[in-house]
Design a protein around this ligand. Structure first.
Ligand SMILES: [Zn+2]
Length: 344
């Protein structure tokens, strides 16, 4: 029997806004809507997974068959009391996986290898191995705790059933797939969230970073520039987090701009600005003395704050990097900056 593609039929349903599923059989990736699904799927291996692969043999209790699954990071909730006192009930897994044979989800018999690995997380010493387990809780944006990613998915899909236009919840669902190492599902859902709300800045950012990794630079650039244009109206993130995200997007935009000898525009084009409905964009590169250090994301903070417009005022003054003097538009000289830690 051919293995299934491990997709929740409800997801396809709700993405396509169908009342009932007429076709029998398991859902296929071909039914996932979105412009980028195919290229992302084709280039899946060039995408850096957010969480390292962590394969284990699990047995599906629904059909009894065994299979190898990437369970992702094990997150052990040491606070949670269970009725059965079974530690495995407290282990969350970030990977997105469904039974390869019957497509059911969340009904697993866990192997000892998972229990062993999760116990490593509570050991006080660092054994030098890549950490594949940790103590903590993975909570959804509303504070709810779910054991399997497929449980969290069901929970969000149920929320969306009552409110299918909620682009923020769609974005959260996309994040689950993205972290769960299912970029095909993630990109489809992120695109959907943007089709509902062009102002979904976080979806623009994540699509941009996914596409930049698979070398679709023109489209990656488009999404990063959209992220800049919608930033001021995006209220779902604290201002400093928003600045961080914009700076990261600007940084990648800058690299792509440089790499393509300017073919990928660094700033939103006139058409894009007009299409965004944003009255004026307060960035005039001609008047700016930009000090950009490609190795330092923080050097993009002043630009990020400009795109944030009024939202930049939510950042405490001492933490702001961009200031307008009352008379002229000028940049404050950069202060001593904290050296960024080297990435490993
Ligand atoms: Zn099964």
């Amino acid at each position: 029997m051919a293995t299934t593609l491990q997709i929740n039929p409800l997801l396809i349903h709700q993405l396509l806004d169908q009342e009932t599923l007429h076709e029998p059989g398991s859902p296929t990736a071909g039914k996932l809507p979105g412009n980028y699904v195919k290229t992302v799927l084709k280039n899946k291996n060039t995408l850096t997974p957010i969480i390292e692969k962590n394969n284990h043999m699990l047995t599906c209790k629904t059909c009894g068959k065994k299979g190898k699954y990437d369970v992702g990071m094990l997150v052990v909730n040491v606070d949670k009391k269970t009725k059965t006192d079974n530690i495995s009930d407290n282990i969350q897994m970030t990977g997105y996986f469904r039974c390869k044979h019957c497509n059911s989800a969340g009904n697993w018999e866990l192997p000892n290898s998972i229990l062993m690995q999760s116990m490593v997380s509570v050991l006080p010493y660092d054994n030098g191995l890549a950490k594949q387990s940790m103590v903590g809780k993975n909570l959804l944006f509303d504070g709810s705790w779910h054991r399997y990613t497929t449980d969290a998915e069901d929970y969000l899909l149920d929320k969306l059933k009552g409110n299918p236009q909620d682009s923020y919840v769609w974005n959260r669902l996309g994040n689950l797939y993205h972290k769960g190492n299912r970029p095909d599902l993630a990109v489809s859902v992120f695109e959907h969230s943007i089709s509902l709300d062009q102002g979904q800045a976080e979806s623009h950012f994540t699509i941009g970073s996914m596409l930049s990794q698979i070398s679709d630079l023109p489209n990656a650039g488009y999404h990063f520039r959209q992220m800049l244009l919608v930033a001021e109206k995006y209220k779902k993130m604290p201002a400093e987090d928003l600045r961080e995200m914009l700076a990261n997007g600007l940084w990648l935009l800058f690299m792509m701009h440089d790499h393509t000898n300017g073919e990928v525009p660094f700033a939103p084009t006139a058409d894009e600005i007009q299409g965004s409905g944003r009255g004026e964009v307060p960035v005039d590169f001609a008047e700016m003395e930009l000090e950009i250090f490609p190795e330092d994301v923080e050097s993009f903070f002043p630009l990020a704050e400009m795109y944030m417009g009024t939202r930049a005022k939510e950042i405490p003054i001492r933490k702001r990097t961009f200031k307008l003097t009352t008379s002229t538009t000028s940049f404050r000289k950069k202060k001593k900056r904290v050296k960024k830690k080297k990435k490993k």
